[in-house]
Structures are given as C-alpha cells and as structure tokens.
Design a protein around this ligand. Structure first.
Ligand SMILES: Cc1ncc(COP(=O)(O)O)c(C=O)c1O
Length: 401
C-alpha cells in the first residue's frame, strides 16, 4: 500500500460521530444539524429542469475538456463577476470543468507537485479544508500550516514564513472567503502572494468556492485572477482558481465546478485528468451552463444567508463574543472552555450538532488555532437556525450557572 495513506487524518465528521455516539440527546427536542457545510436552500428550478431535459445525453462519453459552451459560460462568469476585461479569460486554454472543487483541489496537487524535489512543501491555512492536507501527503509533499487567528486577522500570515520554506514551497493554498474563518483576502494580500509566487516559483491554488456568498452587496470578494490581471500578469502565471456551484447555486449533489488559470499549467492538468478519468457528465454540464449564465438566483441565495446572520447573531451576541464573517455561511465562534466538551454538551442537552474547532485545525508549536471554538454552519432553514441559536444561548447560559 501507499505508505502516505497512513498519514491521512480521520475526517472531522467521523470524529464528530464518535464524539456523539455514547450520548443521548433529549427526545423532546428535534435534532438540528449545523455541522456539515451542505447548502439546504432549494436549487433554482431552471437548473433542475435543464438537468432533467438533458438526460438523453447519457448515451455519450463526455470529453475531459468539457463542452465549449461549459468552458465559455465559466469564462464569461469570471469576467462578469470579477470585473475582468472581456475575453481576458481564454475559454479554450484556461478553463476546465471539474466534478466539484473537492476532487479538483486534490487532483491538482497530484498533478503539479514534483516529489523528487528536495523536501517539497504545500502551504495552507490552519484551520483549513482538510482535502488540502491529504492532497499534500499523497503527492509526497509535507503540509506547512499557517495559523489563522485573531492576531493575524484570520489570514494566513505570509510574512512569518521563513525564506527556506518559500524555497521548498510548490503550492500555496489560499481560501477566500475562508472556511471556517470567513475572512476575505484583499487585493493587496493577493498581490503580495503573487509577488512571492513569482520570486520563488510556486503555484497558488486559490479556493474561491465561497466567492458568491458575502455580506456586503457593495463589496464582493475579489479573485486571484483579477488581481493578477491588474498587476499585468495577463497570462495568469502561478494562478489557479477553483469555483463551484455547490454553494453558489445550492447544488452540492450536482458535483459541478471548474478550475481556471495559467494555460501552461492547465495543459498539464488536462493531461493528468485524461488518465484520471473524471470528465463531467453531459447533463451536468448543461445544468451548469445555465447556472453560470444566471446571477439573479445567486442574489436571492445570498439574501437568505444574510437574513440568517441577521437573526442568529443578536441571539448569540447576548452570551458570546460573536464576529460576523465577511463571507461564507459559517460562524467561527469562540466559546468558553474546551470545544469538544462544548460540542458534546450541546448535543447531549440541546440536540444541536456543531463541529469542534480543534477538529478542523492542526496542532502546531503555537497551539491549535481551532481550540476553544466551534464552527456553526448556517445551512438549515432560517427557523431552524434561529431555534438552534436559542438553544446554543441557553446551553451557554447553563455553563455559567
Ligand atoms: C473550502 C472548501 N473548499 C472546497 C469545498 C468542496 O466543495 P465542492 O466539492 O462541493 O465544490 C468545500 C466544501 O465544503 C469547502 O468548504
């Protein structure tokens, strides 16, 4: 067996299931899950109808590169959403459909890391989406964790990385808006990251799958591609961005996203994917095209998340120090005491499931940046989120008694 498999850490939800297994919540209270980041809003009807209408195409093998219309819909959306000039994104050479960002984030690292280089590193925020770490292990690289804490403004602190680590860095993962921290990376931050990438010749994998979920309608998060273009890097060297319909259009089960970036890197990634065998089914592509071409349903989706924050934050703010995130649908909530004990107690007493922060982060010399926090996913209905917030409030008050 590949010895790297032994290094993979159990997924947070497996650990959560073990934590909850011996506990019995009160039968009188309905269970509310605010644990998995699985959007629950209804998907747009036109997307579902297009999918149904396209089922006749299941008789054909799809090409790994995807349909031209799929790549074009993604390219035009990138230009529209991030204010890139028309035709800045070459749909032929810069875009590939992927079956959700998860598989692409993993596969990308396998394709680009050179395991024969001296001690290769993959840099990533801590906490982060665990796939980044597993991808690094299986590609023969070491993860290098950048703790995101209140002191760093919840951003990976690039200035703290020693020169020696930058020399070994092959991929830098960034996530904006971040999961679970909700912080958005500014153009100045991304410019600095791109300067470092040019100086030390590494790739930036920018996970932008929450880019459409943001609080301030007048200030949407930017993209690595836009910042690169503004710097004059119109061939997008060192850049790869990852986008998804899972959060944008509330279709996590569709498994649809795309990657976009440097054409030379993309050509190699396409070669890898041809062998990997992960082409997107044609009905999925048809549904994805209509979804990327429409922005109105996303505005509605965003308003629903905003309403949940509007309703939930004041309830929790009564007993906890709440920081409303700039983007995404998580509260990265500081709680009193140990986060696993809090999570277990909340489930046992109130039948609400959240994720202990320490399960989403790694221990480092500076501690575990998830300790003393829980991640609350505001994915359930407004009513359920409000009810869960009331129960979290009651449980927290009980801890003081
Ligand atoms: C930060 C981050 N990246 C990627 C993904 C994967 O999303 P998908 O594969 O559905 O596009 C998730 C899912 O929760 C996520 O939180």
């Amino acid at each position: 067996m590949n010895p790297a498999l032994r290094r993979l850490v159990a997924y947070p939800f497996e650990r959560l299931a073990q934590l909850k297994a011996p506990l019995t919540p009160p039968a009188a209270l309905r269970h509310i899950a605010l644990s998995i980041g699985e959007p629950k809003h209804p998907p747009p009807a036109f997307l579902v109808q297009t999918l149904e209408r396209s089922m006749g195409e299941l008789g054909s093998y799809p090409a790994t590169r995807g349909l031209e219309e799929t790549r074009t819909a993604a390219a035009r959306w990138l230009e529209r959403r991030f204010g890139l000039p028309a035709a800045a994104v070459d749909a032929q050479r810069m875009v590939l459909p992927v079956n959700g960002t998860r598989e692409a984030l993993f596969a990308f690292v396998q394709a680009v890391v050179d395991p024969t280089a001296k001690a290769p590193l993959v840099l990533m925020p801590n906490p982060c989406y665990q796939i980044y770490e597993g991808a690094a292990f299986l590609a023969g690289a070491e993860p290098y964790y950048l703790n995101t804490t209140p002191q760093t403004g919840y951003l990976p602190h690039l200035h703290s990385v020693p020169e020696e680590a930058w020399r070994r860095c092959q991929v830098l993962f960034l996530c904006s808006p971040g999961n679970p921290v909700g912080a958005v990376l500014s153009p100045a931050y991304l410019r600095h990251a791109l300067e470092l990438a040019a100086r030390y010749d590494f790739l930036i994998a920018a996970d932008e799958c929450y880019a459409e979920l943001y609080d301030d309608e007048a200030d949407p998060p930017t993209s690595l591609l836009k910042v690169a273009h503004d710097m004059g890097n119109d061939s997008f060297r060192h850049c790869m961005v990852f986008h998804s319909l899972s959060k944008r259009s509330s279709v996590p089960g569709l498994r649809s996203g795309f990657v976009a970036g440097c054409p030379e890197t993309m050509a190699q990634f396409l070669l890898y994917r041809t062998y990997h065998g992960c082409a997107m089914p044609l009905p999925t592509q048809r549904a994805s095209i209509v979804a990327w071409n429409d922005d109105a349903h996303v505005t509605v989706n965003r308003a629903m998340y905003r309403e949940k924050f509007d309703r939930v934050v004041p309830i929790l703010a009564d007993v906890l120090e709440v920081e409303r995130p700039q983007g995404g649908f998580y509260l990265w909530q500081r709680i009193p005491g140990d986060d696993t004990a809090f999570t277990a107690g909340l489930f046992a007493q109130q039948n609400v499931t959240v994720v202990p922060g320490s399960y989403l982060a790694r221990d480092t010399a500076q501690g575990n940046p998830g300790s003393g926090r829980i991640r609350i996913s505001l994915v359930a209905s407004v009513e359920d989120c409000v009810e869960a917030a009331r129960r979290i409030r009651e449980f927290t008050l009980g801890l003081r008694a």
